[in-house]
Design a protein around this ligand. Structure first.
Ligand code: SF4
Ligand code: SF4
Length: 447
């Protein structure tokens, strides 16, 4: 009995491998279908509320990073799903090669029951890691990624590749979820120079694949993915299975649309620096990271708005530029990492040019908004701060603000200027028993 064997060919004779061509679908004449609606005729929605759903986790060419990020999810957490504490949702029974308590045949038996259609409840397949072309390993008598054994025609046991297991289980699964960039798009194992023929679950199952519910492969990319992106997607699929919610919307690549339809840049905490044309020159600087290699403006990912875990962290929050790890073109189309993306030369030059003036105008407004109205009225504009001297507005500040306020209050009343209302004129300090720093009379109060 073998559980989760390493992705290394065994007893391979030292001879060069011939990499077979990965079968590709013929060129499309029509744009790809948006998979937001299942094919009604193929849907076999469960009758009535479910109590239990099985989740079978299969791993190919993976580093286990997706498992680790998933176990760190908090909203909902894996524990929430496994214990069935989310109201209305069924309990998830997870069969995971690392996390399950069962071992050996006890662990493999539910997989075999699902393959034979003997489970009396729906199941989903979750695939982590890319799928190696097992024909390459087989040509040398080895295998790349396997879990459990299979009995061959010669009645000998051989490791059962997880890719083959997926192929068998995918037909009956309510959904197949590819987690992480290796499973969704091939990822690092499928980069240039890949000797294993590694590919994604989509490439492996093909364009025509549909689950028992009529769904194409659901893709949750990221290297590693945001754990909450996965658990939340599972939760909304379960709500759909329970009849508690609609089928969630997926984009044309099977990504949960509500999680991946914005770019990193739009949610980035450093985007204000980009807009004002201020860029980091070194790692560790607080400004926009585009010139040290950030691809955020063209990458679909929600890690900065959602956080890596518990709404904490995320690449830019931790000081790292985006290298596009959620994208189908990763890694080859984003290499070399940490080099200024060519497209940013135009946009960052434009930001610099416009930002130069905008930054200065904003600094004047920011300085003004950092002052109480009362301080402006005090003689000399003195701010009673014991922390230090606050710069008084200069002639430029005052003239900019004269016109600024004209625009701001155009068509409306400005308190204290063109209506009868006046702010109280007692100047600081007002605490009982304290002396005033200036002898201020009513006549000295400026309008
Ligand atoms: S660090 Fe990247 S994502 Fe953030 S503002 Fe700069 S370019 Fe955009
Ligand atoms: S910000 Fe970029 S590098 Fe970071 S997780 Fe998202 S896609 Fe990957």
């Amino acid at each position: 009995m073998t559980i989760r064997l390493m992705a290394t060919p065994v007893e391979a004779p030292p001879r060069p491998l011939e990499v077979p061509q990965v079968p590709m679908p013929p060129p499309e004449e029509k744009p790809p279908e948006v998979a937001s609606q299942p094919e009604r005729q193929k849907m076999h929605a469960p009758q009535g509320p479910l109590k239990v759903v099985h989740a079978f986790w299969l791993a190919g060419m993976s580093c286990d990073g997706c498992s680790i990020s998933t176990t760190g999810a908090t909203n909902p957490s894996v524990e929430d799903l496994l214990t069935g504490t989310i109201p209305g949702l069924p309990k998830v029974v997870l069969h995971h090669p690392v996390l399950s308590l069962e071992v050996g045949e006890d662990f493999i038996r539910p997989f075999e029951m699902a393959e034979k259609g003997e489970l009396d409840t729906p199941y989903v397949c979750i695939y982590e890691g890319s799928i190696a072309d097992e024909r390459i390993a087989k040509s040398t008598g080895g295998y790349f990624s396997a879990m459990g054994d299979q009995v061959m025609e010669d009645h000998k046991d051989q490791p059962f590749p997880t890719a083959d297991r997926l192929k068998v289980m995918a037909e009956g699964a309510a959904a197949v979820i590819a987690i992480g960039t290796c499973a969704t798009w091939g990822g690092i194992p499928a980069a240039t120079g890949n000797p294993t023929g590694a590919m994604s679950v989509m490439d492996f199952l093909g364009k025509d694949y549909r689950s028992a519910l009529g769904l194409p492969v659901i893709n949750i990319p990221g290297c590693a993915p945001v754990g909450d992106n996965f658990t939340e997607t599972v939760a909304v699929i379960l709500m759909f299975l329970q009849g508690l919610g609609p089928l969630p919307e997926f984009d044309e690549l099977g990504r949960p649309a509500w999680l991946f339809n914005e770019t990193v840049h739009r949610g980035c905490t450093r985007a204000g620096y980009y807009e004002e044309g201020v860029f980091a020159e070194e790692y560790g600087d607080k400004e926009c990271l585009v010139e040290v290699g950030c691809w955020g403006p063209v990458v679909n990912c929600n890690i900065v708005s959602r956080g890596a875990q518990s709404h904490m962290g995320g690449c830019m929050a931790a000081g790292g530029p985006c290298i596009g790890c959620t994208m189908p073109g990763f890694p080859d189309k984003f290499a070399p990492f940490y080099k200024t993306p060519p497209g940013s030369l135009i946009s960052s030059t434009a930001s610099r040019t416009v930002g130069f003036g905008i930054r200065r105008l904003r600094a004047i407004s920011n300085h003004d908004r950092n002052r109480e109205v009362r301080w402006d009225k005090a003689p000399g504009g003195v701010v009673p701060s014991g922390w230090g001297d606050v710069r008084k507005p200069g002639a430029l500040d005052k003239s900019v603000h004269f016109f600024y306020e004209k625009l701001q209050f155009m068509g409306s009343k400005r308190p204290g200027r063109n209506d009868k209302h006046r702010y109280s004129t007692d100047l600081p300090p007002r605490a009982r028993g304290m002396e005033t720093p200036h002898d201020v009379s009513e006549s000295e109060i400026r309008d």
